[in-house]
Design a binder for this molecule. Sequence first.
Ligand code: PEP
Ligand code: MN
Length: 360
Amino acid sequence: MSTVLAICFEKGAGRKTLDRCLSLLGFRGPGPDWRLHDEGLLTATVRGPMRPGTLQEIGRIPGVAWVLDRTPRASPRGSVEIGRGRRIGPPDFAVIAGPCSVESESQILKTAERVAEAGATALRGGAFKPRTSPYSFGGLGERGLELLALARERTGLPVVTEVLDPAHLEAVARHADVLQIGSRNMQNFPLLFLAGSRGAGRPVLLKRGLAATLEEFRLAAEYVRLGQIAAGGDGRAVILCERGLRTFEHEVRYGLDVAAIPILQETTDLPVIADPSHAAGTARYVAPLALSAVAAGADGLLVEVHADPPAAFSDREQALDPDEFHGLMKAARAVAAARAAAGTGEPANRCGNETAGVRP
Ligand code: PEP
Ligand code: MN
């Protein structure tokens, strides 16, 4: 039996505070079971039974702001507020839609208007793009962020966009409602923590790495959550996105891991959505994968839609046009309703991260 603790120090707390915490927890010097993160956050795993009252004692050490028990335990799944009064997570079904990349004012506005009409919950679009080839279009950068903000003003849709590098974090958080961390960065640990701690309180949409196990995915989310906690948040503003794994098969871009949806819903307290677009890689396979994810109980979808797919600068083969997206929305709603009527219900949560502890 072990207990996982997150202890946050007051600004300016020094070595003495750290030493007192470590000695109270029974640690002598550096070791494998504790670690000091940025923003004065100490995490520690206490092996074996912990003396009753330890949390309170730590909370009374001068320089300790608060202490939380992060030991995984059952806690109900919640929804995440993403701005403009919208939420992702149970009991709602949410759809994030938009182009792979923001390319121009007319492209993003046209696409945003069409996905809004079809009933999307939020607009997506990359301004800083991770691209396999250094010769491919890399996004419009800050100009792309401004265009996304303009599209939000026109449509009322909150904006989801990727933060690729800590150097862009401040600008992305200034314009976006939700910070996306892409597959290739799922284990960029400093970026994960910083998106939580320096992301201006914006929720994070975390995509599963293309060769990541579910445990690696959950632990990546925990970095973001600890960053949010270190910044005074509740560490619950993370949305998990299954987007397909690399397999030996080459007739589909990635293998959508549908089983990951109920498993993550059982083993975390976070909303779980699916991205059928990057998994399919081909527009005509997007709907079958999307509907399989909805049937499996996904809390939402992330779908690439472009006003004029053949003209797209990136991921053109998998982009739906606005009419196809409209059709998918209708079908997804029908499947979600059928699933609700069938009464399969919420998976029983086995393991969340209730943040019990001492906190002002
Ligand atoms: C994206 O959603 O724009 C993207 C690049 O996806 P992924 O990180 O899943 O490849
Ligand atoms: Mn894309």
